[in-house]
Design a protein around this ligand. Sequence first.
Ligand code: HEM
Length: 481
Amino acid sequence: MSNKRLTTTAGAPVSSNQNSLTAGQRGPVLMQDYQLIEKLAHQNRERIPERVVHAKGWGAFGTFTVTNDISQYSCAKVFSEVGKKTEMLARFSTVAGEQGAADAERDVRGFALKFYTEEGNWDLVGNNTPVFFIRDPYKFPDFIHTQKRHPKTNMRSATAMWDFWSQVPESLHQVTILMSDRGIPTAPMYMNGYGSHTYSFWNKDGERFWVKFHFKTQQGHRHFTNEEAEQVIGQNRESYQEALFGTIERGEFPKWNVFVQVMPEADAEKTPYNPFDLTKVWPHADYPLVEVGVMELNKNPENYFQMIENAAFSPSNVVPGIGFSPDKMLQGRIFSYADAHRYRLGTHYEMLPPNQPKCPFHHYHKDGAMRFFDNGNSNPDAYYEPNSFGGPVEDPSVAEPAMKISGDADRYGYDTSYDDFKQPGDLFRMFDDEQRERLFKNIAGAMQGVPSEIIEKQLKHFDAADPAYGAGVRKALGISK
Ligand code: HEM
């Protein structure tokens, strides 16, 4: 017998949780059975909108530990000394599938991190790939429409995907990664993570650097072929959840080595490629990896919905010493995420347990739905700013150094300095014969049912990256040039 008494949400004890209050043995139910009404009404509100993308996810808490001093690049307190530990939260995801999608599907994986630093939450909302399909946020909703369901058939459409990719050649780099072995990691522990965008650091002297973040798995890379993934999905649609939850429960904590590539601010004018183009990587020979620390996941959430479904990651969450860059995609995302959170979770989503800063916070946002907290600003007279009552005040010492920006306002399209085929070609040339064969087969399989004129358009992109790439896909499709 439990010694905890069941109550209504208002705290009144409940006499029965099994039998409705009825007029006689056979009913009907009396409207005054408020406990029944409350129970049914709450059930009707158990679901919230799923994320418009990255709906299926797996998450855990952990620790970030600094192993190398990078204070010459960033004054962010999270990096202030070797050995420093910061609590963090990770959520991994697939992009296209809904909340009930099978885990082991071929897709890009989200790699979203929230670091609870002493100067606020720093979110790095990346993927398991260093690049992305597009470089302009204007294209994002259209791109996602091609990944989701067709309005009439309500099925995913290979035609829509290849129709879009074949007309957006900058997608080729990411398409090549997606169709390669890295397209289906066996579980979140066996993949790298990337901030993908170019972000910035600034140091205590006000010098700015452009940076890219890399998280290298210590567990090694493991991937499924299409056939292996089919087997897994046939037996277990929650294979990632099982693997991540299980490894942490067993005390086998997954770890990633954290690195940055660092580019001095003025170099951005000199590189032969646009360093703010999200469809490109920076050559490691030019900008080698600089060690930063280790990320370890070591705690499963007690309640998945509370901590993972309610988690709100946003590229807009930066802290002093870490900043944005001119990357157009990043700029679009700075708007999009908090807007999604206000819709998906509500105005005060930052006060939900996974999103609350672990440092003191004081702001002047007022009231609104579910305003169940004060803002740490306990003086009731200091509810506006400026005030004479000791309310929180700004701190100019955390201001980012001024960023030089120039240019004519316009809607800029393709620029010949973008070479959308060299890097995918370089990647292709790194694959050995077996990796290439699997790539060709995966692409040919994913093109089933796609009209030939769309396939022809896409084949030209493969040819442009490397003639052997186009030839291999043609052969796998059983067509000649
Ligand atoms: C989730 C928008 C590009 C990684 C989301 C969500 C939105 C969104 C609205 C759902 C947020 C939520 O409901 O909590 C966009 C837009 C993009 C873009 C407008 C381009 C302009 C990217 C890129 C990456 C990325 C380039 C990676 C480099 C993620 C991840 C999540 C996510 C990891 C899941 C976060 C979580 O686990 O809660 N995105 N996205 N997105 N996005 Fe993007």
